[in-house]
Design a protein around this ligand. Structure first.
Ligand code: GAR
Length: 200
């Protein structure tokens, strides 16, 4: 049985592409890519989805009195996920922290890819290139990526998959980021998604 999956994005969408390619290649027999939701209308990820013929939806942050309206965002996202009959949610470079409505309604059915070996270099301020910058500053010799269940603790949910990537002499955040994506993220995210959908 295929599970209806939403992929939530904010930027380049290379992890989304890895899921699209895996699905098209027959590696995700329990996944139906139902919708891609972007928090930014300019995200390149949207172009990737359109190119692949996957339905897209944009939900940008709203502000009330100059402050991010987290409750409104949570309600809007719940509505989109419900309208599309979504069973499983993938965060693939999604830069909005999920609210309680989505977390409760899709408990144990939301996964995130993070560009480090959690619990190292996770939590507030740790996203994207910044994660690799911190890892290099700390001098780690091995980094990697993690796919985990998303719960109320930022980057703190149960770990489903991890893959290590060696740090090389001369690495800068950009080179390490690229290798972690190629050698870890793009492999373990589709794998973890398939296992979750198969075992639901
Ligand atoms: C990826 O490296 C992903 O692990 C990271 O953002 C990048 C998104 O790239 N996510 C986080 O840092 C979340 N804490 P993509 O848009 O090309 O998939």
């Amino acid at each position: 049985m295929r599970r209806r999956v939403a992929v939530l994005v904010s930027g380049g969408g290379s992890n989304l592409q890895a899921i699209i390619d895996a699905e098209r290649g027959g590696a995700l027999p329990h996944v139906e890519l139902a919708v891609v939701v972007s928090s930014s209308k300019g995200a390149f990820a949207l172009r990737r989805a359109e190119e692949a013929g996957v339905k897209t939806c944009v939900l940008e942050r709203g502000y009330v009195d100059g402050r991010f309206d987290g409750v409104g965002y949570d309600e809007g996202l719940c509505a989109i996920l419900r309208e599309n009959g979504i069973e499983v949610v993938v965060l693939a470079g999604f830069l909005v922290v999920l609210g309680a409505g989505v977390l409760d309604a899709w408990k144990n059915r939301i996964i995130n890819v993070h560009p480090s070996l959690l619990p190292s270099f996770g939590g507030a301020g740790c996203y994207g290139l910044n994660v690799h910058k911190r890892a290099l500053e700390r001098g780690v010799k091995v980094s990697g990526a993690t796919v985990h269940i998303v719960d109320g603790a930022l980057d703190g949910g149960r770990i489903l998959e991890q893959r290590a990537v060696a740090v090389r002499p001369g690495d800068v955040p950009e080179t390490l980021q690229r290798r972690v994506m190629e050698e870890a993220e793009w492999i373990i995210l589709p794998q973890a998604l398939e296992v979750l959908c198969e075992t639901l």
